[in-house]
Design a protein around this ligand. Sequence first.
Ligand code: CO
Length: 285
Amino acid sequence: MNTRRIRQRVPAFEVTEGAGVTVHRSIGTPALKNLDPFLLLDHFGSDNPDEYIAGFPEHPHRGFITFTYMLDGHMEHRDSMGNRGDLKAGGAQWMKAASGVIHSEMPQQTNGLMRGFQLWINLPAREKLSDPLYQEFSAAAIPEVALAQGRVRVLAGKFGEARGVIDDPATDVLYLDVSLDADARFSHPVAETHNAFVYVFEGSARVAGEALATHHLAVLGAGDTVEIAAGEAGARFILVAGRPLGEPVVQYGPFVMNSREEIEQAFADYRDGRLVRAKAAMKGH
Ligand code: CO
């Protein structure tokens, strides 16, 4: 067994997204441009409607996947092809934008807590212009495993016998939401080939014995096992890992391709109303 240590600590910082929503961004910042295959991690969390009510009006995506995990609150997703989705507390949406989706993500509440994550996962070159696909799951569909001192929600990948609901052959993503009681310990194997990170959003944790505070992301170094202990107030964190693609990343805003020419093509297609080529299929429950 070879325990993964912290290779880099990245404090999330506040940025304004959409029509004026405050998010904590960690991946996709100058300190951590990306972590192959992950392109961006935003944590939104506020009980102040002024910070979320404007939502994310219509905007395009091409060349990657957006994965939204709602912890609290209610958001509605609509796209230019007439698909509609409801994201409620504990539910998740895996949107393979691929060749192109134009959508909006708007709050369906005027007060109360709105909290969750959006992770962008890159697609391999061969799939960047494939047909879009939504995988959407309610809280009840996501497996939850009780621990002696906590619990794990399995969104993607495997935890013991539990298998996540998301189907992701390209990058084999592991995505766990882990809650630990005070001083509880957690250990999980993570493929040596995969890049991995931990993001703490409640309490504090120790990763391989090293402290990690709330709203901090730890990029994990080489190894085959992750070992985390909760601080004295407990901890809640996401543990995410994925197989790196090792391909060139050329990103411009909502378009992530392999070359500048492909980015220019995406802009031209968007301008000329040709970004959306195929209606996204919907999968989930
Ligand atoms: Co979007």
